[in-house]
Each structure stands twice: as C-alpha cells, then as structure tokens.
Design a protein. Structure first.
Length: 319
C-alpha cells in the first residue's frame, strides 16, 4: 500500500500502524491496528475495470442465529434470479443445524468468521450493534477473492436479474453503488463522536440522504479500497468511532435533515465516507434502478429454496 490515498484520505505513520483519516484540512484521531488486522482487511490484488465485461457478481450475506430464518428468502430470491451465482454466507454464530441446512442449499458456501480477531467488536455487549460493525469486515473478506460483490442484509430480496444499470453506475464512479436509501440526511443519523475520526463538512451532510448499508454492490478496485473499504473497516473495529453512542433509539423529530435523530453505526460511517469521497454528490453512487426490496419481520417463505445436498461448500476463515 502507498502512503497517500486519493481524495484527501491518506495513511500516516504506516510503519507504526497508527492511521488517521483526513478530509480537506481536517485530520481525525488515530486508529491503532495490528498487522493481522491489516492483512485481513487488505483486499489486494485489485481489479482494473477498464474494458472488463467478464465479471460476474458473487452475493454475500452474514448473519447470526437470530437472523437465519429471515435470510432464507434472501437466498431464495438470489437463487431465483441468479441461479448460477455463488452465495457466500458468513457464519456469525449460527447453530449447528442452521449450518447443516445452509450446506444443502444450491450455490451457498458457508464461511466461518473468526470474530475474536477484532477484540473491541467481540467484546461489545449489544449483539445487534456488534453484528452491524462486522459488516464491512465480511465485505473485505469477500472482496479478497471476488472482483464483484453484492452484499445484502438478511432482510434484502432481489426482484430482478438485471444488474446492468447498477453495474454501469459502479464502473463509472470507480467501483461502488448503494442499492436503497432512507428519508433522513446523513447528518441526522450520525453521532458527532464519529466526526472525531472521520471528519467531514457537517453542513453538506445535512443535504445528503443516508443510503442503506444493507445493499451494496462493490468492485474490488484500488479506488474503492483506499477511499471506502479501508476506512469503513478502520472506523467499525474502533468502537469509539463507530459506536460513540451505544443506543439504537431514534427520535421522532419531524425535521429529518438538520437535527440529530439517532446513529446508524456501520451505515453512518459508510455514508460519511461516500459523501466525502464523491464531494457530496449522491447521484455518483446512489442506485436508481429498482432491483431489490426490503422485508423485515414479516411473512417468510416467499421463495422456494433450491437444494443441492451433495455439494461441498464450507470454508473456514482462519486468523
């Protein structure tokens, strides 16, 4: 890796593994990481998107025992619209029976994720927040071996097999497209403690809508790694950056743009980085194609799961 990242984000004092994110004239507080974490997050070798028409998406999700049932319709929707595509399923604490069931599903590969490598997250006492903070790490692990990744939360469902517009958007901007949005601004859903590590222009963040981190298409380009993935992982594994407030509560203020209403952890860090990288021009990375929908805590079994009981599809990610 080089010492300087594009667009104002740069690594300082890499030999000592003390890193600081910079935006404009502002520099955040230091991240401290081990060589093992650097190796885990580094997604080299990168892909050059120039004239590439041969890339195929690999779908990625990551869940614990509590979201297993919800994730089944995600798997079913991918199998329906992308029957030949691989589905990487990161195990964040599944039961033995759930793991066995996944191994019987066509195109599903179970990945055993070693959470203990990331001590601050592993020791976090709010499980729902803990798993949100692990999301960029699962994405980094998937990008190491796949040039095109579509990450989807358990509640996401594919509704088409046509990714052309979304892929074109990502290829134009250097390698990333966010699939769904919210009505709030990034400013309204980001705790001020995050800006100590990821500085930004808070006035501009009031004008930019927060997009959902539960659906993201990424190419493993150097641009995406250096400007988004690296710093997203850095913030999320340091809970003072990603979880400076430890509550999921959201206020019901009517003004959804200029007042702080709550914090969205990994989603907040991703949106700050996207806004900074693309100079607060959301059109550069927001997908407008209607390719997914969200279904939380509602009826399941919308899709029939295709079974392939004789496939071998479990790989362990070691430290």
């Amino acid at each position: 890796m080089t010492d300087h990242f594009s667009n104002g984000a740069r690594i300082k004092n890499l030999d000592g593994l003390t890193l600081k994110y910079s935006f404009g004239q502002k520099t955040g507080e230091a991240f401290n990481v081990t060589p093992e974490i650097v190796e885990f997050i580094n997604t080299e070798p990168f892909v050059d998107l120039t004239n590439r028409t041969d890339l195929e998406p690999v779908f990625v999700t990551a869940n614990s025992e509590t979201h297993f049932k919800e994730s089944l319709d995600l798997i079913g929707s991918v199998q329906k619209f992308f029957p030949s595509s691989r589905i990487l399923y990161f195990d964040w604490g599944l039961t033995e029976n759930q793991t066995k069931a996944l191994k019987q599903m066509c195109q599903v590969e179970v990945r055993h994720f070693n959470i203990s490598l990331f001590a601050e997250i592993a020791e976090f006492n709010v499980s729902r927040i803990r798993y949100q903070l692990l999301k960029p790490l699962a994405i980094a692990a998937a990008l190491k071996e796949n040039p095109e990744v579509v990450y989807m939360d358990a509640s996401m469902r594919m509704k088409t097999s046509d990714l052309k517009r979304t892929e074109q958007l990502a290829k134009r901007n250097g390698g990333i497209a966010i699939l769904t949005s919210t009505d709030d601004s990034v400013y309204a859903m980001t705790h001020k403690g995050m800006y100590k590590y990821l500085p930004s222009d808070e006035e501009q963040l009031m004008k930019v809508s927060m997009l959902q981190s539960g659906g993201v298409l990424l190419y493993n380009t150097e641009f995406v790694f250096r400007n988004i993935v690296w710093w997203w992982c850095m913030c999320d594994i340091h809970v003072d950056c990603s979880a400076s407030v430890r509550t999921l509560a959201i206020s019901k203020e009517h003004d959804q743009r200029k007042k702080y209403r709550g914090h969205r952890f990994d989603q907040s860090s991703l949106n700050v980085l996207l806004a900074n990288t693309f100079n607060f021009n959301q059109a550069m990375y927001q997908n407008k194609a209607n390719i997914v929908f969200v279904r939380r805590y509602l009826k399941y079994n919308m899709y029939k799961i295709k079974q392939c009981p004789y496939q071998s599809n479990s790989i362990r990610i070691e430290e």
